[in-house]
Design a protein around this ligand. Structure first.
Ligand code: ZN
Length: 192
């Protein structure tokens, strides 16, 4: 999947979870940082691909990307597995903990979850692509849905652009239509 599709999927997953679970009151700053963290989480697993949009958009991205590629084992490796989710979860938690004293208005729990929701949504989306996802690393088997590769989505191909991406858009629209009251409540009462 391309970065664009991953970001939309991450945002969709965040919207779904935020609208179907009771949320604590948050500051506007928390809301904004949470959405940004979610979008970063949505593309973060591609840190192990030197050709990923994440690296292409940075000035020295190619070189840095290749270093990470070596460290993490190449295309769809450690950061595309349950072990990767756990390691990134701990790392992200520690990072936010260090920042907490400097940003008293941010609810780091919400921000942690937002990033992780984006991260996991990435792995789920990659599972429907031809390449599959090595969920159970270090067991070196890539899983995909459906199991037959030929029926899966080609990255940046026709189905991703004209079916998956528009479908995610529709899901967002439907989600907001369905939970309109909860959105108004969030905007009027829960964001301070
Ligand atoms: Zn990926």
């Amino acid at each position: 999947m391309t970065g664009r599709t991953h970001d939309l999927a991450a945002f969709t997953a965040l919207g779904f979870i935020a609208l179907t679970h009771p949320l604590p009151n948050i500051t506007l700053a928390t809301g904004i940082v949470a959405v940004v963290a979610n979008l970063i989480g949505g593309i973060a697993p591609d840190i192990d691909q030197p050709t990923a949009p994440l690296w292409r958009n940075l000035p020295v991205g190619g070189t840095v990307g290749r270093v990470f590629d070596r460290l993490l084992g190449g295309h769809r490796f450690l950061s595309h597995s349950i072990l990767g989710v756990i390691l990134f979860g701990f790392g992200w938690h520690y990072f936010l903990k260090v920042l907490t004293p400097s940003f008293p208005h941010l609810d780091m729990t919400i921000i942690w979850w937002s990033f992780m929701i984006g991260f996991v949504s990435h792995l789920i989306m990659d599972t429907i692509t031809r390449e599959g996802v090595p969920w159970l690393l270090p067991i070196p088997v890539k899983f995909g849905i459906p199991p037959t590769k030929a029926f899966r989505v080609e990255t940046d191909g026709f189905v991703e652009k004209f079916v998956v991406f528009p479908l995610l858009f529709l899901v967002n629209g439907y989600l907001y239509f369905l939970h309109y009251g909860a959105i108004l409540n969030l905007l009027h009462h829960q964001i301070k």
